[in-house]
Design a protein around this ligand. Structure first.
Ligand SMILES: [Zn+2]
Length: 138
């Protein structure tokens, strides 16, 4: 794969996402980018769109959040689990699901615009915290 040449602003936004290592809203990213001189929401959206197109970040459509993650080429329909409490994101490889999804979609002649499956829920550590606190309250 060719190494992409990112603009300084694109690299800065990518770095913000990588540093936070969780799903972020465009507004949060804008806040973080302001000290770097990136003040216009439209500019942030444009950069996020480009980084999404380059496959360097994922747009989580269900929550309208962004996360730094590079999908491997040919990686079809991994499960993206998103913790709605701490916004941590995990990518689970599911090769069998990928082929099932492709078959089902081609049967329906549906042209999917995203090639991953988003699942909302709670990550293991939030789940743990919750069950221990409900245990104490009993
Ligand atoms: Zn969590």
């Amino acid at each position: 794969m060719n190494k992409l040449k990112l603009s300084l602003a694109q690299q800065q936004i990518l770095d913000i996402l990588k540093m936070q290592n969780k799903a972020l809203s465009a507004y949060f990213i804008l806040d973080q980018a302001k000290p770097l001189g990136l003040n216009a929401p439209i500019q942030i959206y444009r950069i996020l769109k480009k980084l999404t197109d380059y496959g360097l970040i994922l747009k989580l459509n269900s929550l309208n959040l962004y996360v730094a993650h590079e999908l491997k080429p040919g990686q079809n329909y991994p499960l993206i689990t998103i913790c709605t409490q701490c916004q941590s994101v995990d990518v689970i490889d599911t090769p069998q699901l990928g082929s099932i999804m492709q078959q089902a979609l081609s049967r329906k002649q549906f042209n999917a615009s995203s090639h991953y499956v988003e699942l909302l829920g709670q990550c293991a550590s939030c789940n743990c915290k919750d069950s221990s606190s409900s245990f104490i309250s009993k």
